[in-house]
Design a protein around this ligand. Sequence first.
Ligand code: SAM
Length: 287
Amino acid sequence: MAQSQLLGPAEIRELAAELDVTPTKKLGQNFLHDPNTVRMIVAAAELEPDDVVVEVGPGLGSLTLGLVDTVSRVAALEIDPRLAGRLPRTVAERAPEFADRLAVINTDALQARRADLAAVGAEPTALVANLPYNVSVPVLLHLLAELPSIRRVLVMVQKEVADRLAATPGSKVYGVPSVKAAFYGDVSRAGTIGKNVFWPAPNIESGLVRIDVTSGHPRDLRDAVFPLVDAAFAQRRKTLRSTLAPLYGSAADAEEALRAAGIDPGLRGEKLTVDDFVRLGEARRGA
Ligand code: SAM
């Protein structure tokens, strides 16, 4: 089976020079220049040949090339028009047999809609990306909400963000991203990536996060659950009775709702599992 010719350090620099691209922090532009890391990320995603992948921020194409020879379709969302414009040619040059599997959409992933992907014939089953660091969590949560067909996520983010996403109740870094990610499925760490596989090298290490999307929590509960999560963590040191008071009208009403859901009103938000938040949300929606 043919494989793409992946990009190494020399190719990355050549492409950047050709496009006159100086990587910017603002767009989180750190390009992978290590084929082994690309293969490792693709393997960690455990994709099937019929998977349809949405990739955010394909950049110069390092990861895209590792995906097009593995799955049936890749829809790549890239905000930088120079990078979006060059990508189809890079894939045609380095993976000619698979070039027709790629669709590039020059857009801000935070604004991407399901219809934009449908327009290029993609109903994504997986999200695989080396996410732009400054918007990694919002992009991840936006696409999980917008694309309910996604069953698997494998993303690279800053290591501390990976820790936060995969944290469980009681951990110091457990917070809003942990609960919201867990609303969609089982979240786990899938490895740590050093700095030197990127050009330019970032200041901190990166981590891989995997989400196996489950059908556990009905999506239509999201709008009832997420405001509770935001409120519960807005003041980490306060008890739920007081952080949730504004949502319920008063501390007494919040206490009653918490007790009805079997939750001690004297706890802090950091002790609640996603299931606790979902129970509260269900009751609130039904009220
Ligand atoms: N996937 C490439 C790789 O691994 O070498 C590049 C990853 S780099 C960390 C992030 C990429 O996301 C850049 O190409 C950047 O231009 C793009 N980007 C930044 N913000 C974006 C946004 N809001 N929507 C889509 N792409 C974005």
